[in-house]
Write a protein that binds this ligand. Sequence first.
Ligand code: ADP
Ligand code: 5GP
Length: 190
Amino acid sequence: MKKGKLIILVAPSGAGKSTIAHKLFKDFEQLKFSVSATTRKPRTGEVNGTHYHFLTPAEFEERIAEKDFLEWEEFYGGTRYGTLRSEVDKNLKSGYFVLLDVEVKGAVNIKELYGNECLGIFIKPPSMEVLKQRLIARGTENNESLALRLERAKEELTYSDRFDRVIINDDLEAAYAQVKRAVEEFMNSN
Ligand code: ADP
Ligand code: 5GP
């Protein structure tokens, strides 16, 4: 497998990964997003091929059989998410840094595969209550999916020490300044 320069933002759903990733793409033009595959339905505004490759369960199964995934996980009542090798490799080959937005177990697996070629940043919410409020305010969850995400978040938070940096997303600008500095240091050290 081709080694490369990966950056993983990892956090419980709702902790602010997407918000922070968005800011990174504005600041670092040498950064490309690895578009994951998923079997979940698109949210309003999400574009196939940009936010995710939205696959049917059968299509996802086929891609597993073809060994197209670097890693994949199943959660939230059977929904699958996976990192496509082709997404990572095409960007590394073109000399880009690749940003991955994956959940905790996938991130642990990728960190194991890539070691020091991968910067793992764990984004922590200030508290479970704040996480819940942010998920509610985002307006994307029903009662069931909210409860599932919060339950999962408790477990995910126990993995934070597996990553290179842990940054608490309380004040967004302060958290982002720390993320930006860590990314700059990593890019300059490669
Ligand atoms: P994730 O990608 O980790 O699931 P999002 O980036 O979608 O999380 O953030 C969840 C919600 O919280 C969004 O509505 C976002 O605007 C909001 N949010 C993110 N960071 C902060 C912050 N520091 N303070 C307040 N709200 C935030
Ligand atoms: P969402 O449904 O909110 O877009 O994402 C739910 C969770 O799936 C997030 O924690 C996100 O990081 C994770 N996720 C997205 N893509 C992948 C992937 O390719 N692999 C893994 N393991 N998790 C992913």
